[in-house]
Write a protein that binds this ligand. Structure first.
Ligand code: PMP
Length: 357
């Protein structure tokens, strides 16, 4: 190949590490918070039938009208206040392209979902991080001080928080909404697994600077399809149309989303059982004498003396969990995704052996 011009990436991206969630083969894959259950047969059949009727030579419906209408009916939130994209990650990208970008800043509460800092950086936004308190809740005093000092254009709250599992109180979210000079995103990707009603949904009506993001990747068992959505004020939604690519949601994606909502009852049926496996994991780990962080999501974060060693001993026993020991504030932490009862059994049995050496 001939020598072309030296290509140099944007200088502000030189220190950005690509997102990686290490993949290994294992019988029990409990590392990425997916659902272990395939979607219901009735949904899959509906998608199969619908796919045959699609004109694949045509572009999709640019505004995904049927899907937006279905989500509006399911959530009870007006369609003008809904935005749909390829996973909630793409919703974040749209929000940062429209409301972040050069000369602007965003605030996260660490440790949290790494994409909440990675996506703004890709969009050229300066990121500010405040550490959570000892229980991994938002330290409201530190948060309000930072908001006053930095005046972030976007504040992101993850509730339930990944990877720590807990939810923020509505009082905390309300205080952030009232102090923030701009947008507050509340990421409720795991909200369906929270049985204690922490959703910020009730604050939408009164706070036009609130955007709640949700996903079909967890409770809806459709991580492979890539659907996420946002509930917000119509004025906020209108701005996002400026930054999305034309025809961003494929016809097949839209079809699956509509079918999922039609079969919502059956699709979401496993949420309760996954939440009870989560509670069983937490109880069993605590019985082994480990520190376990209370979770409202479909995973459990816990501490061990030597996370690298325990992680590899689990993998030797075909159980794959997520090792967070490289991340600040999580030096002794592993995270395990809750799913099938037999996965819980295999994980706990492997943990007992791993701890015994
Ligand atoms: N938010 C949180 C907190 C997550 O953990 C994830 C997935 N790991 C997402 C958003 C992204 O989900 P998706 O893009 O699949 O909707």
């Amino acid at each position: 190949m001939s020598n072309g011009p030296a290509l140099r990436i944007r200088s502000d991206l030189e220190t950005v590490a690509p997102y990686i969630s290490p993949q290994h083969t294992a019988k029990y894959r409990m590392n990425v918070n997916e659902a272990p259950y395939a979607p219901p047969v009735a949904l899959v059949e509906e998608v199969t039938r619908g796919t045959e009727a699609i004109a694949l030579n045509r572009y999709p419906d640019r505004d995904a009208v049927k899907l937006v209408d279905a989500i509006a009916a399911h959530t009870g939130w007006a369609k003008e206040g809904l935005w749909v994209a390829n996973g909630s990650n793409e919703v974040f990208m749209h929000l940062f392209l429209a409301f972040g970008g050069p000369g602007r800043s965003s605030l996260t509460f660490e440790p949290t979902y790494s994409l909440h800092s990675l996506i703004p950086r890709i969009a050229g936004t300066r990121t500010v991080q405040v550490q959570r308190d000892i229980d991994f809740r938002i330290d409201l005093e530190a948060a309000l001080d930072t908001i006053q000092e930095e005046k972030p254009d976007i504040v992101i709250v993850c509730s339930p928080n990944n990877p720590t599992g807990g939810c923020e109180s509505l009082a905390t979210i309300q205080a952030l909404l009232e102090a923030a000079p701009g947008l507050v995103i509340v990421d409720e990707a795991y909200g369906e697994f929270d049985q204690h009603e922490h959703s910020a949904r009730g604050l939408l009506e009164t706070h036009p600077n609130l955007a709640i993001t949700k996903t079909f990747s967890k409770a809806w068992r459709l991580a492979g399809v890539r659907i996420g959505y946002m509930l917000a004020a119509p004025s906020l939604v209108r701005e996002l149309a400026r930054v999305r690519l034309p025809y961003h949601l494929s016809t097949i994606t839209q079809l699956v989303g509509v079918a999922a909502i039609k079969h919502a009852g059956e699709t979401l049926d496993m949420v309760r059982s996954i939440a009870s496996e989560r509670d069983r994991i937490a109880t069993e780990l605590a019985a082994l004498g480990l520190k376990v962080f209370p979770s409202n999501a479909n995973f459990v974060l816990f501490e061990v003396e030597d996370p690298d060693l325990i992680w590899s001993r689990l993998l030797e026993r075909e159980v794959l969990v997520r090792n967070y020991s490289g991340q600040e504030g999580l030096e002794r932490c592993l995270r395990v995704t809750a799913g099938l009862p037999e996965e819980t059994d295999a994980f706990i049995a492997a943990m007992k052996e791993a701890l015994d050496g």
